[in-house]
Design a protein around this ligand. Structure first.
Ligand code: PBE
Length: 267
């Protein structure tokens, strides 16, 4: 067994996630850009499927390579490492931005202001994701707000109470974005708004903001993960800048695997 390459051991497969994820496109690019990955394939599935395969591999101490990202609880649940990506095809360090539909500032100036001020740290997001594992995202968001009054006050300072005005947030379905969207929803609800969060594929999320069907989103990963969607719609959306800095995508392996870089994988 010791003599076989990692490629042979994992059947030249990277375990991927949903076809519509930005990361899936980046992973396909990565397979094309690295000559040593010739003959490797990306096995698309779902985030739950990927996590199930990861858990099973770790339980049996078997090799596995997944498409992963941080912030995510898998890094606290398991001892994992992100393989170095010298070509940078998986995007390196990125941010999460807030985008709004074109007339939001005119139509709902207070909502626009709160969204524009919304900014937090990866540790905050991780806290909500962690607590949501035990209960649900709404409870975890409310708890985070109670524990972070100062920060929430900065976002809501001087904002008038609303009387049930509806706000449509669009998001993606991953835990990181469920966390941020739940917090923004709860903050706006405490201000008297009636907020819905609709989780959709990244392509649909950008389209909804560009067409004005959705008011805003706090979920886009930029500049790389959702670059294609951003470029397509940038004339029709308002970019309110980063709400979190320091996300990262990568090919991720259990720490017990004897490999550090994508370049070490053999064709
Ligand atoms: N992700 C998590 C998403 C964005 C958030 C990296 C899996 C993606 O579109 O790939």
């Amino acid at each position: 067994e010791g003599a076989s390459s990692i490629g042979q051991q994992v059947d030249y497969k990277i375990i991927g996630i949903e076809p519509g994820a930005g990361l899936t496109g980046l992973a396909q690019d990565t397979l094309e850009q690295y000559e040593n990955l010739e003959g490797w394939t990306l096995e698309e599935s779902s985030t739950a499927g990927m996590l199930g395969s990861l858990e099973q591999a770790i339980r049996n101490e078997e090799p596995i390579i997944i498409t992963g990202w941080t912030p995510h609880w898998k890094f606290s649940a398991y001892d994992l490492k992100i393989l170095e990506d010298p070509k940078g095809t998986l995007g390196g360090a990125e941010n999460i931005n807030t985008l709004a539909r074109k007339d939001l500032k005119k139509d709902l100036p207070d909502v626009y202001t709160v969204l524009d001020r919304f900014y937090w740290e990866p540790e905050d997001m991780e806290k909500v994701m962690y607590d949501a594992q035990e209960g649900d995202f709404e409870d975890a968001a409310v708890k985070w707000i109670e524990d972070n009054e100062e920060k929430v006050k900065e976002w809501t300072e001087g904002i008038k109470k609303a009387d049930g005005t509806e706000v449509e947030l669009v998001s993606t379905p991953w835990d990181s974005e469920r966390a941020s969207s739940s917090v923004v929803k709860a903050v706006l609800e405490q201000l008297g708004y009636k907020v819905t969060v609709t989780p959709v594929d990244p392509a649909i999320m950008f389209q909804a903001i560009a067409t004005g069907e959705g008011d805003a989103t706090v979920a886009p990963w930029l500049p790389t993960t959702h670059k294609a969607f951003y470029e397509k719609h940038k004339e029709d959306i308002v970019d309110l800048g980063e709400n979190l800095e320091g996300t990262q995508n990568g090919f991720v392996v259990p720490a017990y695997m004897d490999i550090d870089s994508i370049e070490e994988l053999e064709p």
